[in-house]
Design a protein around this ligand. Structure first.
Ligand code: NAD
Length: 442
């Protein structure tokens, strides 16, 4: 799935949007300034590589490699998740950090973009080993993160528990630093420092609604774009990926009248024509360890109600909406021509290569781009950061209402740009984002 270099794809997307902006730039001086800023945007500001020695349960030591890419901070502190994956590469993290710059600008939250990664299969570690690895990574990052510097959050294979360990290490390091100057951290400093990591459990200063924010934001964006496309509800949906994002988007779509007929995870997928019950399916998957056989529709799981599908076949099912919510490069030039959906809602980061984008555009299939559709997560992360800085705790109703307003506004801006410049939604999202980033890069 990951042979295509995602950073090259990201730069192709950037060039396409820059060409649109250049056409509307009149003076020579403005054109020169644009070119200079584009040059800056073609590489990250800082990349930090870390070596993480971890004591394993059997007493041996294992060395893990990690990174943090701080891509651009013109609009505010770097912001972006931390991915634990055995195949994570520096170029993947670089691409993800670049997309974060764009995403925060589309969502219009006061952040730049960054991303972190550790090369590890977390499922191969015990909980204690995972904690020691995470704490080592947290210590290694302690000098370069902070509420005004860089604000990480969960991504693939990381969650609130991991964010809590990372925050704990960060605060420990800050206390030690203060002690070495004969000082103690003030209460307000301790409070502010909680804003360093987002996606925490509520007890650690997390926000209501953060865990499901990416999925809920995806629903708000989809509804806004479907209204523009004049497509009604009762549409069928296939979701690739059944983790935080895939599960939550399936749940919200199901609750609001869509019919989710297929879901998958790394081990394969299921197709249930009557419509999947996401909560029952998740419970069944947890019990069995895999999705196969979890043909749960309405209030029962019944082997006669569905069948297994491969991840590849899921992408080509005859559904109205296809939701890639797993990893990069799911839709490529190899399979894009076989996509039958009317709309693609990108919930993963970078699931469609530029070649696949062109094929889908030619087929008249709108792709709602990742930097718009999955920006709900980072938006509620920004709310969590704001609550931590102000020492507040907002209700879920308030968080979700604020999220909806942000998503509807972002979707409207992207739609308007696509109409104005007669461009696809991804290029439109990049044009909206670039306009805001370039203005901040004075
Ligand atoms: P997760 O670890 O909770 O879930 C990932 C899911 O993808 C799992 O179900 C896994 O089995 C599945 N998967 C892995 N490889 C697969 C494959 N080859 N085919 C099909 N399924 C596969 O991660 P997540 O947080 O849900 O993130 C999923 C995607 O959404 C990633 O691209 C991530 O960058 C993006 N994203 C996450 C957030 C967030 O808030 N967590 C926000 C924005 C974007």
């Amino acid at each position: 799935m990951n042979k295509i270099n995602p950073f090259e794809s990201a730069m192709t997307q950037l060039t396409k949007a820059a060409t649109v902006i250049e056409k509307t730039t009149a003076s020579k001086a403005a054109k020169k300034s644009l070119q200079q800023k584009m040059e800056i945007l073609r590489q990250p500001k800082r990349t930090v590589n870390v070596t993480l020695p971890v004591r394993m349960d059997d007493g041996t030591q294992k060395i893990f490699q990690g990174f943090r890419v701080q891509y651009n901070d013109a609009r505010g502190p770097y912001k972006g998740g931390i991915r634990y994956h055995h195949n994570v590469t520096p170029d993947e993290v670089k691409a993800l950090s670049f997309w974060m710059v764009m995403k925060c600008a589309v969502a219009d939250i006061p952040f730049g973009g960054g991303k972190g990664g550790v090369i590890v299969d977390p499922k191969s570690l015990s909980v204690d080993e995972l904690e020691r690895l995470t704490r080592a990574y947290g210590r290694a990052l302690a000098d370069i993160v902070g509420p005004d510097k860089d604000v990480p959050a969960p991504d693939v294979n990381t969650n609130g528990l991991i964010m809590g360990w990372l925050l704990d290490e960060f605060i420990k390091v800050q206390r030690q630093k203060a002690k070495s100057f004969g000082k103690k951290l003030s209460k307000s400093d301790e409070q502010r420092f909680r804003g360093t990591y987002n996606g925490k459990f509520i007890k650690d200063g997390g926000s209501e609604g953060r865990e499901e924010a990416t999925g809920l934001g995806g629903l708000f964006v989809l509804e806004a774009i479907l209204a523009k496309l004049k497509l009604k509800r009762k549409l069928t949906v296939a979701v690739q990926g059944f983790g935080n994002v895939g599960y939550n988007v399936a749940k919200f779509l199901d609750e609001t009248g869509f019919k989710v007929v297929a879901v998958s995870d790394s081990k394969g997928g299921i197709y249930v024509p009557d419509g999947i019950n996401p909560a029952l399916t998740l419970a069944c998957k947890k019990k069995n360890g895999f999705l196969a056989g979890c043909y749960c529709s309405g209030s029962v799981c019944d082997l006669r109600k569905g069948k297994q599908v491969t991840n590849e076949a899921l992408l080509e099912l005859p559904v109205d909406i296809l939701v890639p919510a797993a990893l990069e490069n799911a839709l490529t030039k190899e399979n894009a021509s076989r996509v039958k959906a009317k709309v693609v809602l990108e919930m993963a980061n970078g699931p469609t290569t530029p070649e696949a984008d062109a094929i889908l555009y030619k087929k008249g299939i709108p792709v709602i781009p990742d930097i718009l559709s999955n920006s709900g997560g980072v938006t509620v992360s920004a709310f969590e950061w704001e609550q931590n800085l102000k020492g507040e705790h907002w209700t879920k109703k308030y968080v979700n209402a604020k999220l909806k307003a942000k998503m509807v506004s972002a979707a409207g801006a992207v739609w308007n740009a696509s109409v104005k410049y007669k461009i696809d939604l991804r290029t439109a999202a990049f044009v909206v984002a670039l306009g805001r980033i370039l203005a901040a890069m004075q």
